[in-house]
Design a protein around this ligand. Structure first.
Ligand code: AQP
Length: 352
């Protein structure tokens, strides 16, 4: 039974619709980050909902990051957001460590979340699989509690994410409900995960059972947003597949993870349904399908890469955008954090 099912208190208070989501600058962004997150962040912004987006650098350091590379990756991440269509005047765009409310609220949530809940988090298990889990950082273990704080610091009501984050969002709900329950308040909203579209889990190009990930040791496993048109085409050409042609119906992709992945990527990039793609390519060999996918991927991603490169030529401007975003984020998060401290019983007698 999930913890939420055991909790009596729900939150009847109406919260203003507000979207929060983030991406770790733990490497260059991938096609998975683009389709599972960025592209949808832009759609939400364009629907006119208040949107707050963050490069979650505090999350990134849960595994070792070279300081200079972290700075570079954070700027590159910001450039990717803007190049993909995030308008820093409409959305709030910043890096997490500039707003200390995230870390402060995370501590309070560490004291609300239960060890048993954390022990069930599969991402920690996945990230330490085959490694010495005892040597993992405490931060990596507590990651979901910081993620809950990221969201709740803004009283965000919706979080667009890829499928891999579903369990962390359930934990966010559980923390919000337990906090409200423990203190007898309706203070934190119970957030809705927005996991939608054909590419909620883009898989590795080398193994259709593994998520495409920026930290995968094989660069061939992923398409990076900084890849050239040639690199994109070559990675798709070399992507693992099976010897069968594409099936006549989507059902026929069931036990073919690599084929399903490529079809899902095509559908998400084209903005078509999987059924539509299957109709268009029923019976086609990969020798036909892969070049069509490569052309589509290059057409959709190349303009983003070009714009990212242009933005990256002026790192000072990116830092200014992140700084302005952090000021706007702080103005929302600080009062929520201060009210949280009041609820918890902390004295606030300094003028800030
Ligand atoms: N393969 C994916 N398919 C769909 N969505 C994905 N996301 C990540 N990979 C895929 C979504 O991108 C958002 C940001 O993810 P993140 O960078 O914060 O962390 P992650 O999920 O751990 O991504 P990576 O690439 O696997 O990073 P590393 O390798 O550093 O751990 C999230 O909404 C995520 O769902």
């Amino acid at each position: 039974m999930s913890v939420s099912e055991t909790s009596a208190v729900q939150t009847p208070k109406a919260f203003k619709p507000r979207i929060f989501s983030g991406i770790q600058p733990s490497g260059g962004l991938t096609l998975g980050n683009y389709l599972g997150a960025l592209k949808r962040f832009v759609e939400k912004q364009d629907e006119g909902i208040e949107t707050i987006y963050c490069l979650v650098d505090l999350h990134a350091i849960t595994v070792w990051q070279d300081p200079e590379k972290l700075r570079q990756q954070t700027r590159e991440g910001a450039a990717a957001f803007i190049a993909a269509g995030i308008d820093p005047a409409r959305s709030i765009l910043f890096n997490q460590s500039q707003v200390s409310a995230h870390a402060e609220l995370a501590w309070i949530f560490n004291c609300v979340a239960r060890l048993g809940w954390m022990n069930r988090m599969t991402q920690f298990k996945d990230k330490t699989a085959g490694k010495n889990a005892e040597a993992a950082s405490l931060g990596l273990y507590a990651y979901p509690s910081l993620m809950a704080a990221d969201i709740m610091a803004y009283h965000a009501t919706m979080v667009p994410v890829g499928d891999d984050q579903k369990q962390h969002l359930e934990l966010t709900r559980d923390i919000a409900i337990k906090f409200n329950n423990d203190y007898g308040v309706d203070f934190f909203p119970v957030v809705e995960p927005l996991i939608e579209g054909a590419a909620t889990r883009v898989m590795s190009l080398r193994d259709g059972t593994k998520k495409m990930s920026k930290s995968d040791p094989s660069d061939q496993s992923r398409i990076n947003l900084t890849d050239s048109a040639d690199a994109i085409a070559s990675k798709i050409r070399k992507a693992k597949t099976d010897p069968e042609p594409l099936p006549e119906t989507a059902e026929g992709l069931k036990d073919r993870p690599e084929a399903r992945n490529l079809v899902n990527i095509y559908a998400a990039l084209a903005g078509h349904s999987v059924d539509q793609v299957i109709q268009d390519f029923a019976g086609a060999q990969f020798g036909t399908f892969k070049p069509a996918l490569a052309d589509l991927a290059v057409a959709k991603l190349s303009p983003i890469t070009t714009e990212m490169n242009r933005l990256m030529a002026d790192p000072g401007e990116i830092d200014r955008i992140l700084g302005k975003g952090a000021d706007r984020a702080e103005a929302i998060a600080r009062p929520i954090l201060e009210q949280t401290k009041d609820i918890v019983g902390m004295i606030r007698s300094r003028q800030i």
